[in-house]
Design a protein around this ligand. Sequence first.
Ligand SMILES: NC(=O)c1ccc[n+]([C@@H]2O[C@H](COP(=O)([O-])OP(=O)(O)OC[C@H]3O[C@@H](n4cnc5c(N)ncnc54)[C@H](O)[C@@H]3O)[C@@H](O)[C@H]2O)c1
Length: 249
Amino acid sequence: MTQFEDKIAIITGAGQGLGAETARTLAQHGARVLLCDINTETCETIATEIGSAAASFTLDVTDEHQWATAVKYCVEVFGPPSVLINNAGISSFSPLESTSLEMYSKTMAVNSTGVFLGMRAVFEPMQRNGGGSIINISSGNGFIATEEVAAYVTSKFAVRGLTRSAAFEWGRYGIRVNSICPGMINTAMVDPEEANYIRKITPLGRTGQPHEIANMVLFLASEASSYVTGADFVIDGGLLSGVSVREEE
Ligand SMILES: NC(=O)c1ccc[n+]([C@@H]2O[C@H](COP(=O)([O-])OP(=O)(O)OC[C@H]3O[C@@H](n4cnc5c(N)ncnc54)[C@H](O)[C@@H]3O)[C@@H](O)[C@H]2O)c1
């Protein structure tokens, strides 16, 4: 596919899971990818595995200054970014009444403020370069609550708000901004017991695989999605499509 050969993508949380799979997939299709993660070691390992189309950068997405350096590094090594995938995220489990301010603030900082900082950091080079595509990873929890993840749910609702705001304000610059809302996808973030339950209540009868998210990133990063902006793409095997009203057999 030639349409990715001029693409330069920054991917956060690329040291493992969905971010790593996304980086591999984009590179396989011809893009150059800057993998960013707070975990230097895993990020470097994946970048080395991908080869010369990849570079790695240690980035804490909550740090404004590190974002500026990461984007500068991208411009120096590959050129101005045409794609940004705000994927880094953390989960946090706690009943709402005992969620500490520290846990709430940390979850919001990584999952939501990190997205804000990332979008703002790429705006100038992306705009100067005639536009681009920003893909923010929200969650099924960006639509509905589940037990004991109030901070996570709030942070993922915020990602959808940021996505719409950026899409609305930056369409005139040719910058498209969309979100992907995964259901339960097999990565280290997922609790095996919870995955078992989700499998039972998901219409497709299984959890998702990282490449099923990476394929949507591919679409949103490409010109195939040229009229798509300000939208949320739910990839959850039908989990959010309804509520079962029968007892489990
Ligand atoms: N796996 C799922 O079922 C699922 C479902 C819905 C949404 N998501 C979202 O998808 C994204 C990726 O999830 P995953 O399952 O691959 O998770 P993961 O835990 O496997 O990977 C997350 C990566 O983010 C990095 N990271 C954490 N804090 C960071 C920070 N401050 N700065 C930079 N990097 C940081 C970690 O080091 C790690 O490499 C997250 O935003 C998550 O909320 C995942």
